[in-house]
Design a protein around this ligand. Structure first.
Ligand SMILES: [Zn+2]
Length: 441
């Protein structure tokens, strides 16, 4: 057993001072008030929060950070650039990039990541000897970086949707496709769960999975986490309305894709009926504010979704930054800019999105709280940095950044201490993974 004495700890109803957390074999076994550390306890300064869940990640997009064209471009020009990177990755390159990206996440307090994974097959066609070689690279990357993984294996079988129907796959999109949803389900069934790995499913979007195949994916998910990019761009809505006569949300509802184990990612351009349908079915929403800002997507109705009954989680998605506290702050900032009202989310609601509701979206109900019986994931954030000094602990989420995370435990293992990851120089790992991808461009 190991004791951790926390200067302050977030126990669910705001920070409490002087808390002793006892960990055994990766689980929290006791949480008690204690004015001072016990003999042999490790002291954790600042505010200790439950581990963060990064509910939406495409690890390989990390290679695109800082590569925005000088004149900006659009979501669609960004996508062409992203495809160029996708074309150059093999399992070894994918492992190196994902390992470094996940290590950067742990430095930011992330103890569990949901990887929305669609880079399945070799560039130029064919199959790897192990058809899940790219998935296995992600599993290895997460293990090396020291965090849990929910692999949201993504069905992607069409090249797009227009008002007159689905487009064939084009170029690099061939890598994403298993032919059809049945082929996708067969491959996914070969991947087995193991400690630290939960398998889930994803519909890439209504652009990439024809309506007639949506039910196959929902059925194969069978109660496991099921994620879907939803209405990120107006063009998706327009094409869906023109061809199907309903919104993407309406299409998903008709195919039984919505429900309590489903999470809609972005949910940016929704009608009132869409918000009501997502809320009534308990479908979760994952906001990715730094990505939505970077790609000029717009601002989703996240406050209204939460009020309608949709649990809210957060993701760093394309990793323009990896700062989950920053995502929470941006969520609030965007809502304020749109509504003209301050404080649309209470700090406790922002913490819930980062912790307990994020883990719920990724299928880990036994993580995301500091309580006996929960996985021993702890994130200690400084209260004495230039950013946080003078800030009351209950408002820390509105002031801190990833740079203020000093210690991270994942299931009792210290993965980050004094702001340093056990893998060492994460900046160097990122440079070594990313620079060769552009050198060959
Ligand atoms: Zn995404």
């Amino acid at each position: 057993m190991t004791g951790y004495w926390c200067e302050y700890a977030e126990l669910g109803a705001g920070p409490v001072s002087g808390v002793r957390v006892v960990e055994e074999a990766g689980w929290i076994v006791a949480v008690d008030r204690a004015a001072t550390p016990g003999p042999g306890d490790t002291r954790l300064a600042g505010l200790v929060l439950p581990g963060f869940a990064n509910a939406h990640s495409h690890a390989f997009h990390r290679a695109l950070r800082g590569r925005t064209p000088e004149r900006g471009g659009s979501f669609w020009t960004w996508r062409r650039q992203m495809y160029a990177v996708a074309e150059r990755l093999d399992p070894d390159g994918y492992l190196a990039l994902a390992r470094a990206t996940y290590a950067e996440m742990v430095l930011a307090g992330v103890t569990c990541v949901g990887e929305f994974h669609y880079l399945h097959h070799p560039a130029g066609g064919g199959r790897y000897a192990d058809p899940n070689a790219m998935s296995e690279a992600l599993v290895q990357a997460a293990a090396d970086a020291g965090l849990r993984l929910t692999l949201l294996d993504t069905c992607y079988v069409a090249g797009g949707l227009t008002g007159s129907g689905y487009l064939p796959l084009d170029g690099v999109q061939e890598r994403f496709s298993d032919g059809d949803a049945d082929g996708w389900a067969r491959r996914v069934s070969l991947l087995t769960e193991r400690p630290g790995l939960r398998t889930g499913a994803a519909v890439h979007s209504v652009r990439a999975v024809p309506a007639a195949q949506l039910g196959t994916v929902a059925c194969a998910a069978a109660g496991r986490p099921l994620h879907v990019h939803l209405s990120e761009q107006p063009a998706e809505n327009e094409a869906c309305l023109a061809f199907h006569g309903t919104t993407p949300t309406g299409l998903l509802a008709a195919a039984n894709v919505l429900g309590a184990t489903t999470t809609a990612v972005h949910a940016t351009h929704l009608t009132d009926d869409d918000v009501a349908a997502l809320g009534a079915t308990g479908t979760g929403t994952c906001a990715c504010p730094s990505t939505e800002a970077d790609l000029a997507d717009g601002v989703g109705p996240f406050r209204r979704l939460r009020d309608a009954g949709s649990p809210l989680s957060l993701g760093s998605d394309q990793h323009a930054t990896i700062d989950l506290i920053g995502e929470a702050r941006l969520l609030e900032a965007h809502e304020q800019l749109v509504t003209g009202q301050r404080g649309p989310f209470r700090p406790a609601e922002l913490v819930d999105a980062l912790t307990v509701d994020g883990h719920r979206a990724l299928g880990w109900p036994d993580a995301g709280r500091i309580a006996p019986g929960q996985r021993a994931d702890l994130v200690a954030v400084r209260l004495d940095s230039p950013r946080t000094a003078g800030c009351p602990p209950e408002q820390l989420i509105r002031a801190a950044s990833a740079a203020d995370v000093h210690t991270v435990l994942v299931e009792g293992r210290v993965v980050v201490a004094d702001g340093r990851h056990v893998l060492g120089d994460v900046g160097r790992l990122l440079a070594e993974a990313i620079e060769p991808l552009w050198a060959s461009a």
